[in-house]
Design a binder for this molecule. Structure first.
Ligand code: ZN
Length: 256
């Protein structure tokens, strides 16, 4: 195993050990990282009049404030607070360095022209396998894979990554799925949104975060009504409350 990967492996092993320790002593959520997708020169998807990066930032900032208000004992960290491009691996690194208990990434969905009718919400958790060609084509991976520095940050097609991913699987998969399910349940039952479900996919940013992690698509910017909804104060408030309530429900379930 190359030195760099050995180092990553040991770091993960250390977090595995501290994780099981935390469980034995009574696990409490202390830190949550909120990640506004895209930013700066990487705007994400475009609607008729708005960009994904701007909607994601507004919702992420409001989510951070609301979480702080409702759960004052928990530290909230934002990966970006302004319109800047933060490297994908850096976003996960911020969460890993902070030993965060949860990583929540905010994105907007989009469809190619001709599919403007498609609407609804979906929430992803990482699929704990090596990135394959199909995953490379995923919308949320596209910008990352296009980045010329992307392979320097550890090649996700590397077989050695499989060892690390299998470690994640046993630790974080069920918790990630639990939070994702609560988020979708609140969008659907309370906000009456169309439910596209919880999905496990090889999303690069989620594979790097060494904690339960979700990426939530809050609506389709390519759909006229949903673009209006995700840009409106009322829509953003509903989305934020759905996620805050999901975090509370998750907290109740995992803390002992
Ligand atoms: Zn996105």
């Amino acid at each position: 195993m190359r030195l760099k990967n050995t180092f990553i492996y040991l770091t993960f092993l250390a977090s595995v050990l501290s994780f099981s320790n935390a469980n034995a002593q009574g696990y409490k959520i202390k830190t949550i990282v909120v990640d506004a997708g895209h930013g700066g020169v990487k705007p994400g998807a475009k609607g008729a009049y708005s960009w994904e990066k701007d909607v994601a930032l507004k919702v992420a900032l409001k989510l951070g404030l609301k979480l702080q208000e409702e759960l004052p004992d928990i530290k909230i960290i934002q990966t970006r607070k302004t319109d800047v491009d933060v490297d994908w691996y850096r976003r996960a690194e911020i969460a890993n360095d902070a030993k965060a208990d949860l990583f929540i990434s905010i994105h907007c969905n989009s469809m190619p022209p001709g599919n403007a009718h498609v609407r609804g919400t979906e929430t992803f958790v990482g699929a704990y396998r090596r990135i394959n060609e199909m995953d490379a084509g995923l919308k949320e991976n596209e910008e990352i894979i296009k980045d010329k520095n992307y392979k320097k940050q550890g090649d996700p097609t590397d077989p050695e990554e499989a060892i690390l991913l299998s470690l994640y699987k046993s630790l974080y998969r069920s918790k990630s799925l639990a939070l994702a399910s609560y988020i979708q349940k609140n969008y659907t039952d309370v906000n009456k949104r169309v439910n596209r479900g919880v999905k496990e996919q090889g999303l690069l940013i989620l594979q790097r975060a060494a904690m339960p992690s979700v990426l939530t698509e809050i609506g389709f910017i390519s759909n006229k009504e949903e673009e209006k909804y995700i840009n409106s104060a009322e829509g953003q408030e509903e989305i934020v409350m759905a996620i805050v309530n999901a975090v509370k429900q998750y907290k109740k379930e995992v803390e002992n």
